[in-house]
Write a protein that binds this ligand. Structure first.
Ligand SMILES: CC(C)(COP(=O)(O)OP(=O)(O)OC[C@H]1O[C@@H](n2cnc3c(N)ncnc32)[C@H](O)[C@@H]1OP(=O)(O)O)[C@@H](O)C(=O)NCCC(=O)NCCS
Length: 182
């Protein structure tokens, strides 16, 4: 296998590869978002139909085109099988432009530290390549696993930024607390 240097479209960690999604990932987008367990805390993200997964893929792809980064597909070195998704999306929080950290993995991949490893890689990449936009994560208060992943990626709670989200009240985690001092 030829050695390729890391680009925005391709990140590597000790165990994982992260790459830009392709049309061929639409079925996995549906599998992961179609499993009710993966959307318990964020029901607005749940998908049931192939067309919905296709539309979601098109939105992800458009963001890659516009910004040069987005959500990555994640898998293990030496294996083509996709484990889940992790990435960043520009949005607004309290009127400020931010990068929202996202992660959703297939239930079969949970509990082995993959999400934390991928989220750390994405957070590190964002700090180096998009330093001007603060990175945050919005987490439902009962989603303890997601809170642990945010912490593992170096984010900390910023209760003064908590806000209403798409699925109810969200706890806000930030990568650079000093940037958001109350
Ligand atoms: C959140 C999610 C990505 C975590 O995936 P994962 O691969 O199990 O995460 P990790 O193995 O890296 O574990 C992260 C931490 O959460 C802990 N954890 C996992 N499941 C947990 C649970 N149900 N309750 C409490 N802690 C839990 C792990 O012990 C680990 O803790 P540590 O950092 O102290 O070792 C996965 O549960 C998921 O895809 N959930 C659905 C989508 C989702 O909620 N995304 C976040 C939206 S804000």
């Amino acid at each position: 296998m030829s050695e390729r240097s890391e680009t925005a479209e391709e990140l590597k960690t000790a165990r994982l590869w992260l790459r830009r999604p392709e049309e061929a990932d639409i079925d996995v987008i549906l599998d992961v978002h179609g499993d009710p367990e993966t959307c318990v805390h964020n029901p607005s993200d749940a998908l049931t139909r192939h067309e919905e997964a296709e539309q979601l893929y098109r939105r992800w792809d458009k963001q890659w085109e516009q910004h040069g980064y987005g959500y990555w597909v994640v898998g293990r070195h030496g294996r083509a099988r996709q484990l889940g998704f992790c990435g960043i999306k520009p949005m607004e929080l309290h009127g400020e432009r931010v990068l929202n950290l996202f992660y959703r993995f297939a239930t079969s991949a949970w509990g082995r530290g993959f999400a934390g490893e991928a989220a750390t890689a994405v957070t590190t990449w964002a700090a180096a390549h998009v330093p001007g936009i603060p990175l945050i994560a919005r987490v439902r208060p009962a989603n303890v696993a997601s809170q642990r992943v945010a912490q593992r990626a170096g984010l900390s709670r910023a209760p003064h930024l908590d806000t209403e989200g798409y699925d109810g009240f969200d706890w806000i985690y930030v990568a650079r607390p000093e940037r958001w001092a109350p």
